[in-house]
Structure formats: C-alpha cells, structure tokens
Write a protein that binds this ligand. Structure first.
Ligand code: SF4
Length: 216
C-alpha cells in the first residue's frame, strides 16, 4: 500500500462518513468517565443501542464513585437491552472501582495507566484517548478495522497488534483517531463482512480486494 493511496482513502472515507451515525464519535461528547463506560458497553453491540442506555445509566450513576458502589443487578436492569449485559455490568463497576482506588476517581490520561483498568485493552484505550482527550496514541483495531485493513491491503496478518502497527505506518499520527472512526463507519455501512458493497464503494479503485477480483 503506497502512501498516496492511504491519503486518498482517508480523504474519500472522511468525506463520506464525518458525523455519520455509524461513527464511534457518536459515543463521545461526554466526560472521560462517560466515554470510558460507553466504550466498554459498545463491545458486540451497536452505538445506537449504547446511546439508548446512556441517559438512564448516568442519571443514576453520574460519577465513578457512584457506579463503583452500585449493585450489579441494578446496573443490569438499566443495561439489559445490550448484549452480554451481565458481564458488561460487572466490567463497568470494576472499572469504576479501579478509577477510585488507583487514579483518585479520574480517568487516567496515558495508555499504560488505562491498560491497568479491568476490561480495558488497547482498543478501548485508543478510543478513550482519542474521543475523551483528543490524543492520537494508536488505532483501535476492532472487527471492522481488522477486516478492512486486510481487504484494502494495509495488512496481511490476523494479529491485531501487527495490524495496528501496519495502519500506524500507513497514516500520519494526526489521523490515527479519525481513520479508526471512518474505517469502522465504512465497515458497518458498506464493507460489511458477508457482502461488501464494492459497486458503490468510494475507495474501490484503491482496494486490493476489489482490484484482485476485477483483474482481467
Ligand atoms: S471495494 Fe469492496 S472490499 Fe474494498 S473497501 Fe470497498 S466494499 Fe470493501
């Protein structure tokens, strides 16, 4: 993948998806605590579903200290519409407890510290750093980003750490957070897992999958 292609791909996708309903930017706009909790809740579910529980959850538990003291079954009642709500209730309570015991009730501002919070891996930490703090520390490799990186031709591995490294090498640092958002949006709306809509895809002329299929 040559650098000009990466820049063109970013330009085409950002034109298409900025402020899209499919972007994880929909989860930002609150405090760092809210972004952290919503990002943990967003695993294996849509952002729209997560946004539906945002108001009832944070009106009941507005701070890390209130959520840290919550009963698991009370949190489950609020978030029961989400997949894996039993585990997610435990995770957001445990994360809040870690904020209180390790970080004085604040969301930490470094990758190393965020990774000390239960339920937080590099993917979640990257999203929190970008959407809560505006930091481009890495690229969050979820199922969409992994699939697109492989199809477009940025990476040839299944290892998420190496995929992140490949993407970070392809794009300038100031785009890392934003390219995550637009790749996720493109994966949800066009380059879907089973039937990618290549005929209407704005980046098909830069995509290895499309070019290989259409090679004479
Ligand atoms: S051309 Fe097809 S495979 Fe390539 S990014 Fe677009 S939808 Fe996905």
């Amino acid at each position: 993948m040559i650098k000009q292609d990466a820049e063109k791909i970013y330009s085409l996708l950002s034109r298409q998806y900025h402020d899209s309903q499919g972007s994880p930017a929909q989860l930002s706009g609150g405090s760092a605590f809210e972004v952290l909790v919503l990002t943990i809740l967003s695993a294996q579910t849509t952002d729209r579903a997560v946004l539906k529980v945002k108001e009832p959850l944070f009106s009941t538990y507005p701070t890390p200290s209130s959520l840290a003291k919550a009963k698991t079954e009370d949190v489950e009642t609020i978030i029961h519409s989400l997949g894996y709500f039993h585990a997610k209730a435990r995770h957001i309570i445990a994360a809040s407890q870690a904020l209180i015991t390790k970080f004085g009730g604040e969301v930490p501002e470094t990758m190393e510290e965020l990774l000390l919070i239960p339920g937080v891996g590099r993917k979640t930490a990257n999203i929190v750093l970008y959407h809560a703090l505006g930091r481009n520390e890495g690229i969050a490799v979820d199922t969409h980003v992994r699939r697109l990186a492989q199809r477009i031709g940025f990476s040839d591995t299944d290892n998420v750490s190496r995929i992140e490294q490949d993407l970070m090498a392809a794009f300038p640092k100031n785009l890392w957070g934003d390219i995550t958002d637009v790749l996720i949006a493109h994966g949800r709306e066009c380059c879907t897992a089973k039937k990618p809509k290549c005929s209407i895809c704005p980046i098909r002329r830069h995509c290895r999958y499309f070019l290989t299929l259409n090679r004479k």
